[in-house]
Structure formats: C-alpha cells, structure tokens
Ligand binder design. Structure first.
Ligand SMILES: *Cc1c(COP(=O)(O)O)cnc(C)c1O
Length: 363
C-alpha cells in the first residue's frame, strides 16, 4: 500500500487513524454485527452515533444550547438556496452579500433567485485576488442577514476579521475552514459547511443555526427537504440521513478532541501555512496569488509560476513524487495546495523540498 500526500481541495485528505478505525469497524460496527451502512437509521445503535457526533461537535466548537446543529444532505450548494428560503423569504426578503470569490458569488446568485440580494462588497474587479474593503458596509436597514464565505476555497482568501454588521444577523459559509480554528459561534446566526473539505466524506452539510432564526410554521413554496424546522424537530432525521458520512464525521470529531481541539488544530495549521507561504515568498519562481498577505487562507494556498506550461510540469513532476492534486481550480489556473487538518506537517515539508528542487531545475 502506498499513501500519497493529497493536496486536493475536496473531497480531501482524512486522518489515517480515522480511516483505519472505519476499516476496522466495517464488517461489525461496535458489536452490531453489521456495517454502519447497513444499519437502520432508526436503530438505537445509529441514534447513539448521531447523538455522540452532535455532542462532540458542540464540545469542539463550544456551540451554545440556543443553537441547533443539523446534519443535512444535498451538497453545500443547496444551502445557498436554503439559507435565503429559511431566513429571509418569509421575512423581509432582503439580505446583503459580500462577494469575495467563487463560492460567495454562487451563493449570492442563488439567493437572488428568491430574495433581493444586494452586493455590499465585491472583490470581482480584482479577480478576487484580494478582499474588498469591508470596513463600512451599506447594509440595507431591512436586511434579514449579511452573508459571507469566510474562506474562499478557489481563490485562497480568508477574512482576517469579521465585518461589523450593525447588529444584523451574520451568516457564514465555513466549508473549507470548518474546525480548522476556534470559532465564536455566537457571532453568527448561522454557520454552514460541507464536510468534504476539512472534516469528512462528501454527502454531509453541517448547519449550525440560532434557534430563534428557525422559521415556526410551514414555509409556503419551499420544499420540505429544504426547511430547517422539520429537521430540527426530528434531530436531522426527517428522512434517511447520510448515515455513513455522519459516522465518519463523528470519528473525526473524536480524533480532533484527542489532539487537543480547535486551538491545537489552529496552531498546527498556522505552522503548515507559515512554512508554505515562506517558501513561496522566498522563491524567485513561485509567487502567491493573493495580493495582501493578511488575506491569505491557511487552508487553501494559491500560487503560480506565471507560466501555465511550467505550472502543468510542476503538477506532473510533483505527482511522480507522491504529491498529488496541486493544480489550481479550473476557473483560475495556477497551483493550489489545500493543507487541511489531516495534512501532516511532513506533507508540507515534502512539498516545500520539491518546490526548491523544481526551482533549481527550471532556473
Ligand atoms: C466546496 C464548497 C461549497 C460547495 O460544496 P458542494 O458540497 O460541492 O455543493 C460551498 N462553499 C465552499 C466554501 C466550498 O468550498
């Protein structure tokens, strides 16, 4: 068996101890005589798995009791519609969007199909190579929420601070930074994240929503599968949940707790990012594609040589060294190394060594 260093943006690397435990429990999950994939979601065994997953996630993030935690399906992209449908459509029908990269752009476009979704800050004119000024946002008085994507996976941007929303509910897409650092949950009305970036297998979205924001009655015109209330009432089991994904997420939550929680993850992640960005900054061949170092993501490191052919050679030669998935997103080109929680420091060190060798060879 050969494992590579996998820098994929998602689905992405998972912790080896978690993969081993999932393998060990594949044929007989905790004395049940069956795999978790074969279990009824209504069984006590699965109820135990989802309850523990929720409790461990609450513990890791310090999620207050006034927030509901949902494990949903449909891809995180479905939340681009579910958020405006639940939080705005039957309220004021207005929400303000910060558009800072591909994911918040898509979220704004989707919201605009259902509500008014004015863009109050946009990085589009710099091709999302920097965050726009967000110090003084013109948020409409009647906005139901302000939306941002805190870590833009494609462009490698991260908000170093949160915007002042003048008391308006803040909604954040945390997909590609979920559980990478401590979060003050109470700063947000709603956090959503697809887990296949930093946490688990594709097929699960976590939604953390302040309970008073969950609509009370039926939402006319909204598919029941997109309403939060039935899922809150049924503990994420209005219908069959993504059982396998929730189980693996639960294993990852326990693994992160054992490593010391989110503060420990942040320290590790910052160290990996520091190492890689230093290598980029010290290089004469590679350059970082994010203009302001303060806006650099610690999860998705974007860089380039400036020559698409050389970038392609870099990707191909890296692969021969067991360093895979370093190609930038198809919409922006260049190179991208996603260094999520489960990427060991040794993987980043191997990448840096390879970058130095490549630079010498291609001077
Ligand atoms: C990947 C990603 C999404 C979309 O996830 P899907 O599960 O593919 O729909 C949304 N937001 C961010 C920040 C992402 O990285």
């Amino acid at each position: 068996m050969t494992r590579v260093y996998n820098f994929s943006a998602g689905p992405a690397v998972l912790p080896e101890p978690v993969l081993r435990q999932a393998a060990a429990e594949m044929m007989d999950c905790r004395g049940s005589g069956m795999s978790v994939m074969e279990m009824s979601h209504r069984s006590p065994a699965f109820q135990g798995i989802i309850d523990e997953a929720e409790a461990d996630l609450r513990d890791l993030m310090g999620i207050p009791g006034s927030y509901d935690v949902l494990f949903l399906q449909g891809g995180d992209t479905l939340q681009f519609a579910a958020v405006p449908m639940n939080l705005s459509l039957h309220r004021n029908g207005v929400a303000a969007y910060l558009v800072t990269g591909q994911w918040s752009k898509k979220a704004q476009q989707e919201a605009a199909r259902f509500i008014e979704a004015p863009i109050v800050a946009s990085g589009a004119d710099g091709n999302f190579s920097r965050l726009p000024d967000y110090s003084d946002l013109a948020i409409p008085d009647n906005a139901d929420y302000v939306y941002l994507c805190q870590n833009e996976t494609v462009h490698g941007l991260r908000f170093p601070t949160l915007p002042d929303t003048e008391g308006v509910t803040l909604v954040s897409d945390q997909s590609s930074m979920f559980l990478s650092e401590p979060v003050d949950v109470e700063r947000f009305g709603l956090i959503h994240a697809g887990v296949q970036k930093n946490v688990g297998p594709a097929g699960v979205q976590v939604v953390i929503v302040r309970h008073d924001l969950v609509p009370e009655g039926d939402l006319a015109g909204v598919p029941v599968m997109m309403e939060y209330r039935p899922q809150v009432e049924k503990g994420s089991m209005y219908n069959t949940p993504p059982c396998w994904g929730i189980y693996v997420c639960g294993l990852v939550f326990k693994y992160l707790k054992a490593l010391g929680g989110l503060e420990a993850m942040q320290a590790r992640n910052q160290e990996k990012a520091r190492l890689l960005y230093s290598a980029i900054d010290e290089s004469d061949l590679f350059r970082g594609t994010v203009v302001d170092p303060a806006h650099r993501s610690i999860m998705n490191v974007t860089f380039a040589t400036g020559d698409p052919d050389l970038d392609a050679r870099f990707v191909a030669e890296a692969k021969e060294r067991g360093l895979v998935n370093l190609k930038g997103h198809r919409s922006v080109g260049g190179l991208r190394a996603s260094i999520y929680n489960a990427m060991p420091l040794a993987g980043v060190e191997a990448l840096v060594r390879f970058m130095q060798d490549f630079e010498l060879a291609h001077k």
